[in-house]
Each structure stands twice: as C-alpha cells, then as structure tokens.
Design a protein around this ligand. Structure first.
Ligand SMILES: [Zn+2]
Length: 263
C-alpha cells in the first residue's frame, strides 16, 4: 500500500512539474514576443522631427494638401484674418497641433499685420492683443513669432509676451529670425516651456532646395536627437513634405508636435 501510494504521489509530482514547466515556457514565449515587438521599435528611433508650417490664415488653398500629410504637423495660424478661425478649425480637425503665429515688429520694413506687437507697447496693450488673437485662433497650444526681429531682441517686450505665454499655460516657439534673440534666456529664467527653430525649410520656393533642407533637418535630428524645421503654407513645401516624410518614417525618424519637444 505504502509503495502504491508513493508511486501515485510521484506521478502527481511529475504531472505538477510538467504543468509548471509548460507554464514557464508559455510565459517565456509571451515575454519574448512582447520584447521583440517593443524593444527594437524604441531602439530604432533615429531622431524626433517637428515640422512647423507658418503663415496659415491668408487663404484656404493648401488645406487639402496639408490634410494628406498623415504625420504630426504643427500649424502656426495668423490671427484676425478672414480665414484664421476656419483654417485653425480645419487643421485641428486633421489632428494637427495649432499655435498662434503672433505678428511682431521686424527691423526690416515689411507690411505689418493688424495688431502687430511693437516695442512701444505696454503690458496691458499686449495682454489685450493676445486675448483678441487667441480668440481668433482657437485650440492654440503655443505661440510663435511672425517676423519680430526687433521684438525678440528687446528684453522688455519679449518678457511681457513670455509672461503672458506662461499665464496661459502655453509654450513659446522662437522662430529665431535673429541670432540676437533673448527669448530662450528669458523663457529659462521665467520657467516657461520653450522651443527654438533649427532650420527654415523653404527660404526658396523651389522643390529641390526644400528637399535638401528637409534632409539637413533629418541629419540634425539624428545628431541632436531632435530638430525643428519651419516651412510655410505653400504648395511646393507641402508637396515635398508629403513626398519625403513616409520614407523618413520607414528609416526610423519620428515626427512629433512641437509640444513634445518644448521644455
Ligand atoms: Zn510668419
């Protein structure tokens, strides 16, 4: 009897051991599969790229082309134009990030937009302009400068703008139209989320030039881990982006909104 009982016990032990072993093998197989799916993807990201498209709001001509870009775009919309609100709504419905493209005084003699921020304005005037502008560009997650070489070199006015950015819990993207911009220093001091343009993509409205600039941006993203390029609401710019972005994604670059880079 004792021998039989022991034999039965042994059989039970064998069955339990086999069950435990099978379970462990099963868990190992699942974990390996999960690893294979997750790890190489994360390791493969060669750099983050944020593409900003400036000067939306003048017309509706390129909305359809923008909608065909199936990757994150950050769209800087000018305020107070006939199409500002509509364009912001459309671009937002495509899943793009919207920012207010705030007109600021340049050193050059360009034609200025309505309510362009000038060096003579005080805090109250700037606050009321921002109230009005943000009401015409809904969904804005941040603010960038349209022109503004004179303003972004001016500490007093830049600090007023950046403190408004902070009060409204937005981020500031410096289009960096002058190397003497004081915005990055101010944003760091005032603890405001900040990002800066690395490369302008379309200073020439020429597809070959634009493509070369985008590849420069890609190489910079690989070197630095991330890079921000600014182009404009133009047919050629959007067409080249639509053409080259899918291959860059396949090559391991990740397209992100500026909010993912601003810190
Ligand atoms: Zn602009």
């Amino acid at each position: 009897m004792a021998f039989k009982a022991r034999k039965q016990m042994n059989r039970k032990l064998v069955i339990i051991s086999v069950l435990i072993l099978s379970f462990l093998v099963f868990v190992a197989v699942i974990l390996t599969a999960v690893h294979k799916r997750i790890l190489p993807k994360a390791a493969l990201i060669k750099g983050k790229i944020a593409i900003v498209i400036d000067d939306w709001g003048y017309n509706l001509s390129n909305l359809k082309d923008a909608g065909e870009i199936k990757q994150p775009l950050t769209c800087a919309v000018l305020p107070n134009l006939n199409n500002s609100a509509l364009v912001a709504r459309k671009l937002n419905s495509f899943g793009f990030e919207i920012i207010l493209h705030l007109p600021m005084e340049p050193k050059e003699k360009y034609r200025l937009e309505k309510n362009t921020i000038t060096t003579t304005m005080d805090a109250l005037r700037i606050r009321s302009i921002l109230d009005q502008d943000l009401a015409s560009v809904l969904f804005a997650k941040g603010i960038s400068n349209h022109m503004g070489s004179r303003i972004t070199e001016n500490s007093r006015v830049s600090a007023l703008i950046i403190s408004e950015v902070k009060r409204r819990k937005l981020y500031f993207l410096d289009s960096f139209v002058t190397a003497k911009s004081v915005c990055s220093l101010l944003a760091a001091k005032m603890k405001v989320r900040f990002a800066k343009r690395d490369i302008f993509l379309d200073n020439r409205d020429d597809p070959a030039y634009i493509k070369a600039q985008i590849f420069k941006l890609r190489d910079l993203a690989k070197k630095k881990g991330q890079a921000i390029g600014i182009g404009h609401d133009r047919r050629n710019t959007l067409a080249v982006l639509k053409e080259v972005i899918p291959q860059m994604v396949k090559d391991g670059y990740k397209f992100v909104f500026v909010s993912e880079i601003a810190k």
